[in-house]
Ligand binder design. Sequence first.
Ligand code: NAD
Length: 360
Amino acid sequence: MESQSNAPLTQMAQMGHEQILFCNDPHTGLKAIIAIHNTVLGPALGGTRMWMYASEQEALTDVLRLSRGMTYKAAISGLNLGGGKAVIIGDARKMKNEALMRRFGAFVDSLGGKYITAEDVGMTTKDMEYIHMETEHVVGIPQTLGGGGDPSPVTAYGVYMGMKAAAKQIYGTDQLDGKRVLVQGAGNVGGYLIDHLVEEGAKVLVNDIFEDKLKNITNKYAHVEVVPSEKVMDLDMDIYAPCALGATLNDETIPRLKCAIVAGAANNQLAVEKVHGQQLVDRGIVYAPDFLINAGGLINCYSELEGYNQERALQQAEQIFETTTAVLNEAASSGKPTFEIANQMAERRIEDIAQIHRSL
Ligand code: NAD
C-alpha cells in the first residue's frame, strides 16, 4: 500500500500544487506526468524532461520539485507566468518517435494553455517540432519556426548582470575589469558569459571536462587560462561562476572556496539549500541565487509568447541586475541567506497579485 506521505494528493498538498495530469498511451508506450504548481501569475511554463526514472515515484517527486522551482523563477523575474514541468518516463535514446511525441503534444493541448511546454533534458528541437504539430502551447522552438531558438545568449547575459550586481555590493562598483573569474563549464552559457567577461577586461579562468570545449574558448581568446578540474575549488579567485552541474556548493567545497562571490548559470548550485546557503553566509561569500540570475532562458521563452524579439528579451534580462541588488541588500541587512530572501520576494509577489485578483 502507498504510504500516505508518498500519495500524490498528499505530496501535492505539501508542496502547494494545483493540478497533476498523468498521461498513459498504450499504443505509443507513452507514460508522462505534467505538474502544474501555480497559475496565479499566468500559465504554467516549464520544460519537458525525458529520463529513465527508477520508479514512478521518483518521476513524480522530480516533476513536483521542478515545477515548484519554475513558479519561483518566474515570480522573482517579474514574469506573468506560473510554474509547471513535465516528465516523460523512458529511455530518450530508444523510445522516442514521432507518434510518442505527438501523443504527448496532444496531452499538453488537452490542458488548453494552462501549461506551456519547452525543451529540457533528453529532448531535442526535433521533438519540440513534433509536439508543436499537436499543440500551440509550446515554446523554445527554432527561429525558423517563429520561435526564440537557443536561449543561452540571454541566459548568459542575465548571469553577467547578476554577477555585476554582486560585484557592486562587494567592491562598490559593478566593474569587473581585473577581477579573476572562474567559469566552470565552457558550454553554451559558459561560452557566452566568457564573451562578456573578456570584453569587460576580467581575468577569465576556465574549466571543463572536455578538451574540445576548452579549445573553443582558447582558440578565441588565447589569454584565457585553463584550470584543471582538481584545482578548481582551491583556486585564488574573486568570482566563482558554476556553469556546468548543480550541487557544487556543498560540505566538501564551501570550506575550500577562496572567492568573494558565487554567481553562475547552473541550476541547484546549493547541495542542500538551507545548510549550504547558511554556510556561504558564515564564510562571508555573497551568493547570487541561481534561479534568479539564470532566468534569462525563461525570459527568452516568455518573449516567444509575445512574438519573439531578442532585443526585448535581453532588455528584460538586464532587470536581473536590479532584482539581484534588491535581494543582496535585503540579505545584507537581515543577515539571512540570499536564496531565502529571493524565495520570500517571489512568494510576496504571488500573494500580492493573488490579492488583486481576489478583490476584482
Ligand atoms: P552545456 O551542456 O552546453 O554546457 C555545460 C558544460 O559543462 C559542458 O561543456 C560540459 O562539458 C561541462 N561540464 C559537465 N560536467 C562538468 C564538470 N564536472 N566540470 C566542469 N565542466 C563540466 O549546458 P548549458 O546550456 O551551457 O547550461 C549550463 C548550466 O546552466 C546547466 O546547469 C543548465 O541547467 C543551466 N541553465 C542553462 C540555461 C540555458 O539557457 N542554456 C538556462 C538556465 C540554466
